[in-house]
Design a binder for this molecule. Structure first.
Ligand SMILES: O=C(O)CCC(=O)C(=O)O
Length: 330
C-alpha cells in the first residue's frame, strides 16, 4: 500500500513482525549493504556497521566530545574519566553521525519507522588504575520496560568509538543471543560472569560485517530462548565503524589495560511510543538550528508525532496521530 493511502487508513497497513524488514525499508538495506548487520542483530542481538562514515568525521566527533566533557567522579569504578551528556544539537559532528544513512536505516529496522532520539552522551575512558575492576557490569539498556520485554525491540544503542575499539582498549562486551531471553540479567546470571579479559571467559570477535549477505540468505527464524553461551565477547571496531546493540541484549564494557584514550558517543534511539530518555524537543523551537540541521533531525526530534500537540483550544493533531498509527505498524 502506498504511504499516502496508509496514512488515511493505518489499520490497513501490513504490520511488520519483530525482526522483519518493512517493504519500505528493504531497498535502503539493499543499497547500503546492511543485510549482515540485520542478520547479526537478529541472531546475536548486536552487530557492527562497517564504514558508516568517513574516519575524519570520527576525529571531529572526538574533538567535540573532549571539548564538551567534564570530569566524572566514577573514574575509580569503571575507568570513565570524562562525560558529556545531552550532545544532540550541540556539535555538528554529533548531528552528522546521528543522521548517517546506515545508522538511520538500522535504527528503523530495530526500533521501527519514526523512531526518535533518546540519549546522546560522550564518554572518555583511560587506562584503569583505580580501585575495583575498571569494567562496566552487564546490563540491558531497556531496563525500565516491563519483563518480558516486548518482542518488538524498543531501544537501540549505537557506540561510535572515535579511536576505534579493541579488547585491550576497553571495548564494549556483549553476551551474544541474550536478547532472546527478553529480560535483564539477574544477580544469579551475573555471578562469575563479570567481563574480565584475564578471566576464563572466551572473548572472540563479533561476526564479520562485510556487507556480502543478501536478503535471501538472511531469513529470520525464531530461535530457542536458551543461551548457547554465556561468555561475553568483545566488540572490536575501526574508526568509521559503529557498534550497535538492541535494548534486550546483555552488555557492559571491559577495563582499558593500555595507555591512551577511548572516546565514545553512546547514541540511543527509541521506538516511537516509548518515553525518550532525554528531551531534545527544545531544538525544534530553534528556527536557525532547524534550518541547517541534517535531514533526519526532524524525525529524531519527533516533529511529526502527535504527542503534546493538544492545546486548550484544540485536541491532538489528528493528522500526526494517523502518521504515528501507520508508522507504528510499518
Ligand atoms: O561503554 C561501553 O562500552 C558500553 C556502554 C553501555 O553499556 C551503553 O552505552 O549502553
Amino acid at each position: 500500500m502506498a504511504e499516502a493511502e496508509t496514512l488515511d487508513r493505518p489499520e490497513e497497513a501490513s504490520p511488520v513482525a519483530p525482526f522483519e524488514v518493512s517493504d519500505e525499508l528493504r531497498p535502503r538495506i539493499d543499497e547500503l549493504e546492511l543485510w549482515d548487520v540485520v542478520a547479526s542483530l537478529r541472531e546475536h542481538g548486536y552487530g557492527v556497521i562497517r564504514d558508516a562514515g568517513p574516519p575524519s568525521l570520527w576525529d571531529e566527533l572526538r574533538e567535540g566530545i573532549h571539548g564538551l566533557s567534564t570530569p566524572t567522579d566514577t573514574a575509580s569504578a569503571n575507568g570513565i574519566v570524562g562525560s558529556a551528556p545531552l550532545l544532540l544539537g550541540r556539535h555538528p559532528a554529533v548531528d552528522r553521525v546521528a543522521t548517517l544513512p546506515k545508522v538511520m536505516a538500522i535504527a528503523e529496522f530495530s526500533c521501527g519507522k519514526a523512531m526518535r532520539a533518546g540519549r546522546f552522551v560522550g564518554s572518555i575512558k583511560h587506562q584503569f588504575k583505580g580501585e575495583g575492576d575498571g569494567a562496566l557490569g552487564l546490563h540491558a539498556d531497556q531496563n525500565w520496560m516491563p519483563v518480558p520485554f516486548p518482542e518488538h525491540n524498543l531501544v537501540m544503542t549505537f557506540c561510535f568509538a572515535c579511536e576505534g575499539m579493541t579488547r585491550a582498549g576497553g571495548a564494549t562486551c556483549v553476551v551474544p543471543g541474550s536478547h532472546r531471553l527478553r529480560r535483564p540479567p539477574t544477580p544469579k546470571d551475573l555471578a562469575g560472569l563479570r567481563p574480565n579479559p584475564g578471566g576464563p571467559q572466551a572473548v572472540r570477535h563479533p561476526p564479520s560485517s562485510d556487507g556480502r549477505r543478501t536478503q535471501a540468505d538472511c531469513k529470520h527464524e525464531p530461535r530457542s530462548r536458551k543461551l548457547e553461551t554465556v561468555a561475553p565477547v568483545a566488540i572490536e571496531t575501526e574508526k568509521g565503524d559503529v557498534a550497535v546493540w538492541d535494548g534486550a541484549v546483555w552488555h557492559g564494557s571491559l577495563p582499558r589495560t593500555i595507555p591512551g584514550t577511548r572516546t565514545v558517543l553512546h547514541a540511543t534511539y527509541q521506538r516511537l511510543y516509548t518515553q525518550p530518555i532525554d528531551d531534545f524537543t527544545y531544538l525544534l523551537k530553534d528556527e536557525e538550528y532547524m534550518a541547517s540541521a541534517p535531514e533526519g533531525m526532524r524525525q529524531l526530534l519527533g516533529a511529526d508525532l502527535f504527542f503534546h500537540t493538544a492545546t486548550p483550544e484544540r485536541d491532538v493533531d489528528m493528522q500526526k496521530f494517523m502518521y504515528a498509527a501507520a508508522a507504528a505498524k510499518t
